[in-house]
Design a protein around this ligand. Structure first.
Ligand code: FAD
Length: 390
């Protein structure tokens, strides 16, 4: 324990020295690659310092750019960063999804080719999973990869590929055996987005631009050395990656909102005897805040219970489900408190914070769908966690 306390003291001092005050609480982030480079010089110096110390990917081995921190040390690091409001230096699918999956399931050459580049923020990744006919039923995917010597030739299309227009590489599910049962003929491949035959078309939503893209593959040549795991056995890798994705959305180190529900409600509804004036709303807010606190403690306990840090299991579906639904409930309560001030999308009649709250209310609903919808998480919990019959 003394060692952990020493680590905390040293980490706090290092953060003080290396995280410029002006970027604390700024919400700045970087997902890697050079299509959306870091613009802010202070954030750049913070990012570079983290790269040198292995803090962009603190738990990864040193040879892949990490600091080899234990789960307990990572927790301390995150606590100290949160206390200082230091921005997370690296975000994105390289850091949270394909990186951890390659660490577990990639071969040595793939790790050497990709992991250090992710840790240094040199590459940005996107996820080629969903297709027009394969969302919740992901294993119905039809993008085809045909063997051609040392390569595959990939044809098909993906949809909702977040950030595909900014990404350098894609991790992609392809069908390599159309005759096998649907879960068994899938392989997991990696290829650069500037490969010949890859076309990206951004999707414009009713609210304007979005990170979503359609991604088309026409005779894209992918070396077999970029297939992760055995041919036709990509489903196991796909599922593992989804656990990492769900962990990043709902696990203990997922970005948490500062729960300002009570103070926002007091501002709009007013106070009576030092309490929120609306008794019903007060009751609902209290329940939400208690649930949020209980959830936080549960995720922390779950991470601590496993000394190896193997907290990424099917239980991540519970965390993903609960945290995203709870956030939506919190958003609804904010709206209830704010009344008509919560209905602005833009314009002078609404403050910046009001508009941000309204937009969060709409965006957070998407998190109950991304990485597998809430209903799909409930199915997984029933089957894999509770062992209920199909
Ligand atoms: C913010 C966001 C980012 C995303 N980013 C990516 C990305 O980068 N790459 C990528 O590949 N995909 C991405 N997606 C797509 C996402 O994975 C799919 O939207 C999701 O898996 C649901 O698939 P679908 O949209 O086809 O809905 P459908 O599968 O058509 O589902 C429609 C409705 O039916 C329900 N339903 C379906 N099957 C069942 C069932 N068996 N039991 C109970 N209810 C069921 C669902 O819960 C949902 O409410 C993203 C989605 C969002 C919202």
């Amino acid at each position: 324990m003394a060692t952990l306390e020493t680590f905390r003291t040293e980490t706090r001092a290092w953060l003080q020295d290396n995280c410029p005050e002006v970027i604390r609480g700024s919400g700045l982030s970087f997902a890697g690659g050079d299509k959306e480079p870091i613009q802010n010089e202070d954030f750049k110096s913070w990012f570079d310092a983290c790269v040198s110390r292995g803090y962009t990917v603190p738990s990864w081995p040193r040879e892949y750019g990490g600091a080899e921190l234990s789960p307990a040390e990572v927790k301390v690091l995150h606590e100290e960063m949160r206390a200082m409001r230091a921005p997370q230096p690296l975000v994105g699918m390289g850091y949270s999804m394909i990186g951890p999956t390659l660490l577990e399931m990639g071969d040595d050459e793939q790790k050497a080719r990709h992991l250090l580049r992710i840790a240094r923020g040199e590459t940005r990744w996107c996820q080629g999973y969903s297709e027009p006919g394969a969302g919740s039923d992901l294993a119905a995917l039809q993008t085809r990869a045909v063997s051609d010597g040392d390569s595959y030739v990939v044809n098909g299309s993906k949809i909702w590929t977040s950030g595909a227009d900014k990404a350098d590489w894609i991790f992609c599910l392809v069908r390599t055996d159309p005759k096998a049962s649907k879960h068994e003929g899938i392989s997991f491949v990696l290829f650069p987005m500037d490969a010949s035959g890859v076309t990206v078309k951004p999707i414009v939503l009713i609210a304007g631009t979005s990170p979503f893209c359609e991604t088309f593959f026409d005779d894209v040549k992918v070396p077999k050395s970029e297939r992760v795991g055995p041919e036709n056995r990509g489903w196991a890798i796909a599922k593992r990656l989804l656990q990492h994705e769900r962990f990043s959305i709902g696990g203990p180190s997922a970005p948490s909102k500062a729960n300002k529900l009570s103070s926002i409600a007091k501002q709009y509804v007013g106070e009576l005897d030092g309490k929120l004036a609306d008794a019903h709303l007060r009751d609902d807010i209290l329940k939400n805040e208690m649930s949020a606190r209980a959830f936080k403690l549960t995720t922390q306990r779950s991470a601590q219970e496993n000394a190896k840090g193997e907290s990424i299991t099917f239980a991540t579906s519970m965390f993903k489900y609960y945290s995203t639904e709870l956030t939506c409930e919190e958003d609804e309560l904010k709206l209830k408190a704010m009344g008509t001030q919560s209905l602005g999308w833009e314009g002078e009649n609404f403050s910046r914070r009001e508009i941000a709250i309204t937009r969060s209310w709409l965006f957070d609903k998407a998190l109950t769908i991304a990485g597998g919808s809430s209903e799909v998480q409930l199915n997984i919990i029933a089957k894999r966690v509770l062992s209920l019959p199909d």
